[in-house]
Design a protein around this ligand. Sequence first.
Ligand SMILES: NC(=O)N[C@@H](CC(=O)O)C(=O)O
Length: 446
Amino acid sequence: MRILIKNGWIVNEGRTFKGSIVIENDYIQSVLGDELDNTPRGTYDKEVDATGCFVCPGVIDSHVHFREPGLTNKADIASETRAAAFGGVTSFFDMPNTLPQTTAIEALEAKFDIAKEKSSINYSFFFGATNNNADLLKELDIHRIPGVKLFMGASTGNMLVDQRNALERIFAESPVLIMTHCEDSGIISANMKKAKAEQGDDPDISSHPLIRSEEACYASSSLAVELANQTGARLHVAHLTTEKELSLFGNNPKITAEAVIPHLFFCDKDYASLKALIKCNPAIKKQSDRDALRLALTNGKITTIGTDHAPHLLSEKQGGSASAMSGMPMVQFSLSAMLELVDQGVLTIERVVELMCHNPSKLFEINQRGFIREGYKADIILVQQNSPYTVTEDVIQSKCKWSPLMGHTFNWQVQTTICNGHILYNKGHFDDSYRGEEIRFRSTHS
Ligand SMILES: NC(=O)N[C@@H](CC(=O)O)C(=O)O
């Protein structure tokens, strides 16, 4: 199968240029600038006219909770990878807080088996650390997984690792990058106790960022950074939420940080209207924190953007700081949301592509994805500016069928998603018969 993508503006490795891409089966065969009218002639099985579109690498979402196995009343791999494809995401890494938790090699392998059957896009899975599974770290296949997920703060799924000796072993022995959720549980418990004493059993949702406080985030992130400095471990701190934590990054290239869409898009003022719909862990904090995170996207303190796509049923998203579930769906709208920051003058489109495609590829050492390069897998999307759409129930593809973005109008819309050279999504049409591939890491062959 040969496909020609023509007449688009290719965004890749810091440059935007008019050009054409030839895809041969799964791979990018050639990338040509149009300056000399060297659009390739010849015969193609398909020609994709990208006039008026930006042509980018497929988004790599390195932080999702697709809930399978065990929590498939909220979401599953088929439903969420469909949502992902509509939003221009061609690869995902799923977190271990499923049922069973992904804390044993068999559980990890079972997830790969499910994804092979059901995933519409490319996939891999984090292995989950616990207080007592450090012996398994040496058995991990470094070519199959992006990293080890370490909950240094309790969240959905009760995967807290809080024993100092366990933490030290994980940092010393992990053969792959460690991605941490950092919130100090002792500080959070004390804050919750105080809020309950003042407000009753279910404190108002506006208290969530005061309970899961800046102090709780900073204490835990500082500990993770300290352990990584001591051991030389490769650390990526997930979903930073505060300006204060940013000061911990930028000195050691082996210690990096992620920001996720909820914290880049919303701030504490939004609790008044969206209430527990935007309850997530770590909590969405002050506007000044959000602005500092946005700035950190431009100065290199934040290296990757994920979604922390964490769907729950709408019925579970009612109540206050104690009772509502934490997490929100986001995978379908992450690219549109980031490109809104381009319209606002915060980021360039080249930087969005760097943060959502190139940097995850480099950081997690993904084989042959995340760039538009000859010989790379043909994960390519077409996205159009001034193509407005409003988030409504009909538009939402995630199984939970709600979004904190309901009613929001985006100006950038994904038109086409090509995964491994296959046209998976095109202007409202989705091919649900296609299956993505297992992502490979840290090797020169795939
Ligand atoms: N982010 C969240 O608020 N929730 C996540 C768990 C997590 O990553 O904390 C979930 O799985 O629901």
